[in-house]
Design a protein around this ligand. Structure first.
Ligand SMILES: [Fe+2]
Ligand SMILES: [Fe+2]
Length: 188
């Protein structure tokens, strides 16, 4: 079944951007409280964006017959696993450790952190969908190639949904968290 997901919200509520106005994005890298751990965390986001793009783009290339099935299956197994496994670990750490730390540092932004936690639930559902559809596609390519074509659009739909959700989520998460980290000199 093909099911698309729509991200209806447009950025964080205005009141959640109070600190972002004091710490705009272009000032982050040069700020004395911009710790290496913050840079690494944003680097992980960059990797997730790249992996989601790559999985979605590969799927389009397969459907357009620009990519060999075996090569695609190998790349989907490798990059899909990396995306799913690393994002699960990332979300678990943020929900259990990082967000509580931000919540405790500045109570004004609890509502924004709740929005980000809800994003994780949406993303996790789409990651599960991608895993199930990808496994089915790869198995069918070996066992019953005629059926594999029917599964491909579901993989593409899941990959596209993940890419869109990540685009919104990662930008909002950085806009909320980095100003709190800089303002309260955290993770230095
Ligand atoms: Fe997150
Ligand atoms: Fe994150």
């Amino acid at each position: 079944m093909t099911q698309n997901i729509t991200v209806t919200r447009e950025g964080l509520p205005t009141e959640m951007q109070a600190l972002l106005r004091d710490y705009p994005r272009d000032t982050w890298p040069g700020h004395p409280n911009f710790a290496a751990s913050i840079e690494n965390w944003m680097g992980a986001h960059h990797m997730f964006r790249d992996l989601a793009w790559l999985v979605r783009r590969d799927m389009e290339r397969l459907l357009d017959k620009e990519l060999d099935e075996d090569v695609h299956a190998e790349r989907l197994g490798r990059f899909g696993n990396l995306l799913i496994g690393n994002l699960h670990g990332h979300h678990t750490w943020e929900d259990r450790k990082f967000f509580p730390e931000l919540r405790a540092a500045d109570r004004r932004f609890a509502e924004g952190l709740d929005v980000l936690e809800s994003d994780h639930v949406l993303l996790d559902a789409q990651l599960e969908r991608l895993k199930t559809a990808s496994n089915r596609l790869i198995q069918l390519q070996y066992l019953d190639p005629a059926q594999a074509d029917g599964e491909a659009p579901e993989v593409l739909a899941a990959a596209t949904a993940i890419e869109h959700l990540l685009d919104r989520h990662l930008a909002d998460e950085e806009d909320l968290a980095v100003p709190i980290l800089l303002h309260h000199k955290l993770r230095g």
